[in-house]
Design a protein around this ligand. Sequence first.
Ligand code: TRP
Length: 453
Amino acid sequence: MHQSDSANRGTWNSKLGFIMAAAGSAVGLGNIWAFPAKAADNGGAIFLMVYLASCFAIGLPIMIAELVIGRHTKKNPVGAFRTLNGGWFPPLIGFWGLICGVMILSFYLVVAGWTAGYVLEEAFFFAGFPEWATWFGDLENGPKNAIFSVLFMLGTIVVINAGVSNGIERATKVMMPALFLILLAMIGYVLTLPGAMEGVYVYLKPDFSELTGQVVFSALGQSFFSLSLGMGALITYGSYLSKKQNLAESAFYVTITDFSVAFLAGFLVIPAMYVAMGQGIQIFTPDGNLVAGGQLVFQVLPAMFHSMETGAGVLAGVAFFILLGLAAITSTISLLEVPVSYVVDEHGWSRKKAAWTIGGVIAVLSVVISFDTGLIGTIDLVFNSIGLPLGGIMICVFLGYVWKTQNAILELEHGFEGIHGSWFKPVWTVFIKYICPLLIGSVFVTTVYGLFS
Ligand code: TRP
């Protein structure tokens, strides 16, 4: 029974396959839709710097923590914490992650649906049907939003049903490199447009007077979301890993890939913003705030595509939104995989039944949000900006003081032979036990205090 249980859970086929899948989970709408808007809203270069620090000083150690918990227990987040400690509280950390994941996925599908709508928006625009283009590009169009969100969920369920290595691993291996290439090509193009250099300047030259608590809170939250941390997605992905894999090294590759894609997306969108401003599109209010962060990418990039010649414009516009949709689906897969693995492990459901049932419930939530996109902001604040860093603190405290870092190091040793003599061991220990929880905690207390005062 036990043997077939773990055989049913699946494993990654190769070292690169896992890195691609984890990078696919990380790289998504967070990098291309959320990151440039947050950077533009929070001082550009200064946000980029804090974000970089947050990815490597806080995100990376916690990513390693999640992977090590997952591989050691070979379980979903709830089961993993329960296995490591019999108390009543640890499984709640897993449950909290599950709830955050379900809520994040419910609005993520709507945004993913927007990208799919824009594939058709671009196609119809260049084919000479502007009314159709406007219909598909309307972010408030409830029925359209609902249809595309549900389609996205169906796509996600199909990949999840195909299983770990056949579905998730195969899908991500092709999509990731394609995304990288198209981003590079478009950056090359945008930099030739008038006004783009002003954007490059804002993006790369820090103004330290813009460094505020809000910038730090926003960058920290963004790094959790973008690296898929704090809710157990990487505990789950870690549970499919073999003992041969070096977890620290893999986590480093995933972090650097994710950061690079966000960096490139900023390099595309922020210059494109300034190009669009030159064309008379209003991006900032008179007091310097972004008109609408969530709509930035959907305003600025189509404006750029539409100004191109037909052939190149339709190619760039359609290809870009297809790839963004593919990047989104490798992320929705990881969000759905967490509750699916929970009912498969803990309640003995089949993978199929789990994916259809949980996927169905989340699809219903996404339909509700489709008709009232204003809900996105609130759900995002509670389950992403607050929920994920909170999960991150609990993971650090659990690993550092309940399971204990010495035990985690014994697990990390598999695949990382020189760990005992290396600098990694003391540094990671100090980050997990002290630096990460204290930094997240202090950012948190300051911001939450600010919210209510
Ligand atoms: N990281 C993804 C993005 O940037 C979103 C995502 C996927 C996620 N899985 C997650 C966020 C788990 C938090 C937790 O688009």
